[in-house]
Write a protein that binds this ligand. Structure first.
Ligand code: UFG
Length: 332
């Protein structure tokens, strides 16, 4: 059985689908802090199989221990964490407490119960302000906000544990910018309140929930002046986890791997592509730069292909189309 902490969330739910379709038994541990129980119904509808569920907070040592007793867990995919950059600046203690506590609790339970395979959700945010792009795993790291530091610290904790426990295997996945949704339009991203991220904001503008998109800065040193990112289809990210699980089960030690496409697109590229493939307008205004944003951030994805045999397959048209199908599904 594969345990997905935070498995009802955006990336966890897509990974659950891919795992089930690849023949794995899936156990989701989630407290639905930032997700909904109906996600389990959607996963069942897509795959024909309902994942096992433990509705717990993975900071709860006793409940996590009981879960490891109850199930025969082969690998843990640790998604459970808070993820809003701005909120982490306002509430650093909440972020450090939760995001480190969940990891430590899960890793202590893994040690106690002899579970040696861990896949961790890290982020390209650990590259801080990149000196050059594309980003390669060995490049310098450093963060600009508490959310980023929790990922940075978590990476260090995992590396230290793998050094001390020679049976341990971990793949630390640095996600770039996951967008889009499952082709069924039954699962996708459901932000609470005003979206922080670009694609959910665009889909809400397109559906009329918000009047226009604020483009945060058009004076960056990029081809059109707007920020450049490596947007990657969430299903490609999910498939990257399957490749990482297979790798972890056959190797020891810790590896850090970028999950990106290697392509950088600007904010205006995304707006134009979204309008073209979906035939809907996305009105926008140029606004001041957002604090903490970098001009460009995109991956060199070669290590993922070399080590895991994984490569992103979906293009930007498909990401924009699937994001819009999902928005129509939730707003209808
Ligand atoms: N942007 C806008 N308007 C918006 C929202 C975003 O112009 O309303 C721009 C941003 O300035 C940036 C780009 O769109 O240039 C992407 O912004 P996102 O907020 O979607 O994503 P970020 O690259 O800022 O952050 C994402 C994740 C973080 C993660 C980081 C890693 O949200 O969790 O990637 O690089 F840490």
């Amino acid at each position: 059985m594969i345990l997905l902490t935070g498995g009802a969330g955006y990336i966890g739910s897509h990974t659950a689908v891919e795992l089930i379709e690849a023949g794995y038994d899936v156990l989701i541990a989630d407290n639905f802090y930032n997700s909904k129980p109906e996600v389990l119904d959607a996963i069942e509808k897509i795959t024909g199989k309902r994942p096992a569920l433990e509705e717990i907070d993975v900071c709860d040592v006793n409940k996590v221990d009981a879960m490891f007793e109850k199930y025969d867990i082969e690998a843990v995919l640790h998604f459970a964490s808070y993820k809003a950059v701005g909120e982490s600046v306002e509430k650093p203690l909440m972020y450090y407490r939760n995001d480190l506590d969940t990891l430590l609790t899960v890793m202590e339970a893994m040690k106690k119960h002899g579970v040696n395979n861990l896949i961790f959700s890290s982020s390209a945010t650990v590259y801080g302000v990149p000196e050059t792009v594309p980003l390669v795993e060995g490049m310098p790291t450093g963060c600009t906000n508490p959310y980023g530091w929790t990922k940075y610290m978590a990476e260090q904790i995992i590396q230290d544990v793998c050094y001390a426990q020679k049976d341990m295997s971990a793949v630390i996945l640095r996600y770039f910018n996951p967008i889009g949704a499952h082709k069924s339009a039954l699962i996708g991203e459901q932000p609470n309140g005003v979206p922080n991220n670009l694609m959910p904001y665009i889909t809400q503008v397109a559906s009329g929930i918000r009047p226009h998109l604020n483009v945060f800065g058009n004076d960056y040193d990029t081809p059109d002046g707007t920020g450049v990112r490596d947007y990657i289809h969430v299903v490609d990210i999910a498939k990257g986890h399957i490749a990482a699980v297979k790798y972890a089960m056959n190797h020891k030690g810790a590896e850090v791997v970028n999950l990106g496409t290697g392509n950088g697109y600007s904010v205006l590229d995304i707006v134009k592509t979204f309008e073209r493939v979906n035939g809907v307008p996305v009105p926008y205004q140029i606004a001041p730069r957002r604090e903490g944003d970098v001009a460009q951030c995109y991956a060199n994805p070669d290590k993922a292909e070399r080590l895991l045999g994984w490569k992103a397959e979906e293009d930007l048209d498909s990401m924009c189309k699937d994001a819009w199908e999902w928005e129509k599904h939730i707003t209808k």
